[in-house]
Design a protein around this ligand. Structure first.
Ligand code: IVH
Length: 670
């Protein structure tokens, strides 16, 4: 069928524009129409479905095992240099070997992911293999096919009849965090770090699982080439790869000598946190492939390239103890107390262990040697326990029976990962403190000068039990506290006074109801308009609010049913906290009853803004696509959700269409 082939060609072309070049040429709607037509034709002619058909990205049937693959050209690893001197030593050694010939270099980020070799035969992805031991790897073609950035078919002209390209499959930090947030919410195992996330995703025997993981790939070299002239330099190789439709890292730069390499290495270290992905260093390569060949390799490591390593964002240390912290809602979080260790530029002595399931998964005991990891702004985590370094009789970690702050019983419902203090803030001082911190926080009542140290004192001296008590504090009382004086006391009084004028959304958020975040609070304020309406709402009424499911609805209703909470709310209103009523305009909710899903990255607005605008129009914003989804908004690099939406015939909008649509609906009539 010519049309099938024609459609595949078109879809591959547009996929490349979208995933590799970030420059789509057609609207999503048009792309969808092509995709739908192909799905339809393949349904009618299943015998014509091929592995490189774009419809195959959603993941094929599970495999029994991975076949092994022998690499025709070994996949080497890299020698490491760290101090600046070692880099100049390396350059000097090469220079001596080449009798002083001039050398040029390329400098590349060393992405912390998984090395993969792709074989293209007549422009089609024929094989994807892991590095394995360098000689033999595993055939992971079915999994790699699901990665949007990997072309199933090359675009452009002039690619060799057969060749192998190598690169790194990775996950961005944001993608991993978003994935983990969903996994934790669903009670599933989170990924430990982006590298493990990428490796684990590629190791799945069921490609449909891989299809649901946010993987990406940058290509960094040619393994071998058949039937065409190989490139002359690394830079030329990268340019060619790009021209054939493969994704290459824009952060790669040529460097004409040692000084330029040094500048690159320093500049990349500066940019490290700003990159979307984890790197563990820079790779410096001799640019000329002829010089590379003449320099050769020793014991599986090429002489012509080195990895310049940055200080690790992982370090090993020892667990001295595990303490249990009590959060605002009574949630008990185990925290590892560590022998202080320098990781990624700071000294770390605490790391979160999330919950008891995580401790069981890590099989962590007191005294264990552990790998601690810190990346970006993320709280330090215990990544793994180092096997074989456990002291004898290392005690295990048990969930305490009593709350460390108030002594009340700790309970853990069977189906939940989180254990909680069974008392409320009226009894538990830790919850009181956390509740006050939340009340004063920036996105809540934004009370400047009311920090942790001060709240600790206020609670310990029993000067404050509930937020409303803050307003009864006299300036002199405040001035008498540690680290306070006349001026800070006066400033705090002033901040407290001005915080009384607020909005309903902030007030609802400030109450600290379990699982009512800022966005949900805003939706509640817009839906109910008045505090009284929210207080009177039953679970069913609450569930009509965007973002509110049965669990959150029960939390809200339960909160206001509690006499102590009700009293605390009344006391705040009596103390003078006030806000203007929110107008509830039914006509302004044209998307009432619809469920929308956002996927991919949006350029013109943040994801939160998009959610808030949809919610304001009455739509519910959900995290996953189902047959009930009203519409999917697909931003850049949309992946499995887009594929799923298409397979379920859910209408899809691209960002441009979405922005125009929002503007149209937001224009108030009259
Ligand atoms: S070149 C002989 N370039 O680092 C050349 N490798 O120890 C070896 N890696 O497992 C590969 N970014 O997966 C090269 N820009 C880059 C790289 C890179 C990450 C990984 C690679 C390999 C390891 C080498």
């Amino acid at each position: 069928m010519d049309r099938i082939e024609q459609l595949r060609g078109l879809i591959h072309h547009h996929n490349h524009r979208y995933h590799v070049l970030d420059a789509p040429e057609i609207a999503d709607g048009e792309f969808d129409a092509l995709f739908d037509e192909l799905v339809e034709l393949e349904k009618r002619h299943p015998e014509l479905v091929t592995g490189d058909s774009p419809t195959q990205r959603v993941g094929s049937e599970p495999l029994g095992e991975f076949a092994s693959v022998t690499h025709p050209v070994a996949m080497l690893s890299l020698d490491k240099v760290s101090a600046g001197d070692e880099l100049s030593d390396w350059v000097a050694r090469l220079s001596a070997r080449l009798d002083g010939e001039p050398m040029a270099f390329t400098c590349e980020p060393k992405i912390d992911g998984v090395a993969v070799a792709l074989t293209y035969d007549a422009g089609r992805l024929a094989l994807a293999a892991t590095r394995g031991d360098g000689q033999t790897g595993e055939d992971i073609t079915a999994n790699v096919r699901t990665i949007g950035a990997v072309p199933l078919r090359l675009t452009g002209r002039g690619f060799p009849p057969r060749f192998e390209v190598r690169g790194e499959v990775y996950m961005t930090r944001d993608d991993m965090e978003a994935f983990n947030e969903r996994a934790r919410a669903a009670g599933e195992k989170p990924l430990v770090n982006p590298r493990n996330g990428a490796a684990g995703s590629l190791r799945q025997l069921d490609p449909r699982i891989t299809a649901g993981r946010p993987l990406n790939m940058y290509c960094y070299s040619l393994g071998w080439v058949e039937g065409a002239r190989p490139p002359e330099t690394q830079m030329e190789a990268l340019e060619r790869l790009g021209a054939w439709g493969l994704r290459t890292n824009p952060a790669v730069e040529p460097a004409d000598g040692l000084e330029a390499c040094r500048r690159y290495v320093d500049a990349l270290a500066e940019r490290r946190q700003a990159l979307a992905y984890d790197i563990d260093g820079a790779v410096i390569k001799v640019d000329s492939l002829d010089q590379q060949r003449r320099l050769g390799a020793v014991t599986r490591k090429p002489r012509w390239a080195v990895a310049y390593k940055y200080p690790a964002e992982e370090a090993t240390t020892r667990v001295l103890a595990v303490e249990f912290q009590v959060g605002r809602t009574g949630a008990i979080t185990p925290v590892a107390k560590l022998e202080p260790v320098f990781v990624g530029g700071v000294t770390v002595s605490n790391a979160t262990l999330h919950n008891m399931d995580e401790i069981a998964r890590l099989d962590l005991r007191i005294g264990d040697a552990v790998m601690v990891r810190r990346a970006g702004d993320v709280i330090p985590q215990v990544a793994s326990v180092i096997a074989g370094r456990r002291p004898e009789q290392a005690p295990g970690v048990d969930l305490p029976e009593a709350c460390p702050a108030c002594g009340s019983a700790i309970v853990r419902p069977e189906e939940e990962a989180v254990a909680r203090c069974s008392a409320g803030p009226a009894v538990c001082p830790a919850q009181r403190k956390e509740g006050l911190m939340h009340y004063a926080s920036r996105l809540a009542m934004d009370i400047e000068g009311l920090g942790e140290k001060l709240i600790d004192q206020l609670v310990e001296k029993e000067m404050v039990a509930a937020p409303a008590d803050l307003f009864a504090l006299e300036q002199e009382e405040l001035a008498g506290l540690e680290r306070m004086g006349e001026i800070s006391a006066r400033n705090l009084r002033h901040a407290l006074e001005s915080s009384k004028e607020t909005t309903l959304a902030r007030f609802i958020y400030a109450l600290g109801i379990r699982e009512v975040g800022e966005a949900t609070a805003r939706n509640l304020a817009e839906h109910f308009g008045k505090l009284e309406a929210l207080r009177d709402a039953d679970a069913e009424t609450l569930e009509a609010v965007p973002d509110v499911g049965p669990v959150v609805a029960a939390n809200i209703a339960g909160y206001f049913d509690d006499a102590a909470n009700s009293q605390a709310v009344d006391a705040l209103v009596e103390a003078g906290v006030h806000w203007p009523d929110v107008e509830v305009d039914k006509d302004a909710r044209p998307l009432e009853g619809e469920t929308w899903v956002l996927t991919g990255s949006l350029e013109s607005m943040t994801r939160n803004e998009a959610k808030a605008r949809l919610a304001a129009l009455g739509a519910r914003v959900a995290g996953s696509v189902s047959a009930k989804t009203s519409r999917l908004v697909a931003g850049e690099r949309a992946g499995s959700k887009l594929a799923k939406a298409r397979s379920l015939d859910v209408p899809v909008m691209d960002e441009t269409e979405f922005a125009a649509f929002l503007e149209l609906l937001e224009e108030k009539p009259g």
